[in-house]
Design a protein around this ligand. Sequence first.
Ligand code: ADP
Length: 477
Amino acid sequence: MKKILFVSSEIHPLIKTGGLADVAGSLPIALDKLGQDVRIVLPYYGAIKLSQTPEYRCTIRVNNTDINILETPLPNSSLTIWLIDAPLLFSGEGNPYSDEFGNAWHNNAERFALFCRIAVEIAQNRAHLHWKADIVHCNDWQSGLVPALLTQEPNRPSTVFTIHNMAYQGVFSKETFYQLNLSNQLWHQNALEYHGMMSFIKGGIACADHITTVSPTYALEIQTAEFGYGLEGLLHHRHHELNGIINGIDLEQWHPEKDNRIPQNYNLHSLNKKADNKSALQQRVALPVDNSIPIIGLIGRLVDQKGIDLVIDALENILKLPVQFILLGSGDKGFEHRLKNFAHNYPDKCAVTIGYNEDFAHLIEAGADMFLMPSRFEPCGLNQLYSQCYGTLPIVRKTGGLADTIIDALPQSIADHTASGFVFEESSTGAMIETIKRALLLYDNKPIWEQLQKNAMGKDFSWENSAQKYIEVYNTL
Ligand code: ADP
């Protein structure tokens, strides 16, 4: 049994902007079930609304400031979350990284440096919590200073740094580094210095004892210039301490048999019931209610990474096909505007909902027939996993976790019942549309389509496998 401090800047269901929250809300529970002692540390953001008041645990002094640590349980588990209560830094409305207008918080370096400092105090049992970590498991740039700070401590725990997305790095000026009052020893090429700037993510990559990322393919991709954002050399240098572990999914929330947010539950033996969700979805977005028209769904952040520009460029041609297209997402205002225009011009074929809506996301997964994910890069991706679980066949670009989790429907994989979706390689509208057409051909062949749905739904996406792989990593340290 290991004592693991899990450091994350978001955790579902308390606060979520993306996949990291899903991982942070599930992996600790899976580790706990496998006998590990896991505690979680999270900033107490203004946007976190708890049903019960968190309990005061202690006050600690870091960088000449007194900070309270509160405690609250992770819902649906017996796990403890330690909340860093620093209202001056974290109480603003908005999301963990930006204000309600989408501008990054001006003091993000200060906010997350404090978060990291307190994580170190907790890990080293200096926070009056009577608990010392064996392993500190950090996630993404917001926790990148933790492995760096811990290199300066005698008797320190081992550190793991998981990269959920290389595109977000936490890079700040040299002046910021000095304002943060960090040890000068950390201003070093093998620590936080990055081309004359300070990089939080580099602290994690350079200083952690082990690095993981969220799929084996992405672990290779980030060692190349295209995906490494200037850190590919360092990542390649550390490739012996770097591996990829695919995320699981929370099957309590994302399983069509148990999902209490959808009108009709179903499983792979009652696939005909999926049609009820399809009609509910069509009704909800005011598209013609017709079970015979295939629905292509898309949920996600509307940003370049997700290939939304490709979708927009191809949408006119996609809408010439016998399909309905239903999108839920928010992000780039230009993308939002263009997508809404399509919905306006094609009211019978295209529905666009701008915003973040967990319930609606479940209905799309349950009601659509296909799920489009033409990402330029995708560290792991969760929606293609949910989609397979719901028998909503994903159409994806072959990159990162999408390449690792979808088996393309080709004659051989159809015959041996391994096919679970549709895959294209080139990041182009042509390749995407050809693949959508390939999917539509099979959609018209009901026995084959149903078999593909069953292949996808029969796969094991539980966290247990992945958690076991993390334990193997902890055990090598
Ligand atoms: P990323 O972390 O890059 O955003 P992932 O596929 O790993 O992408 O995870 C995204 C998660 O956020 C999924 O659980 C997805 O359903 C959810 N999500 C993204 N956008 C929305 C939205 N507009 N409404 C509801 N859920 C969303």
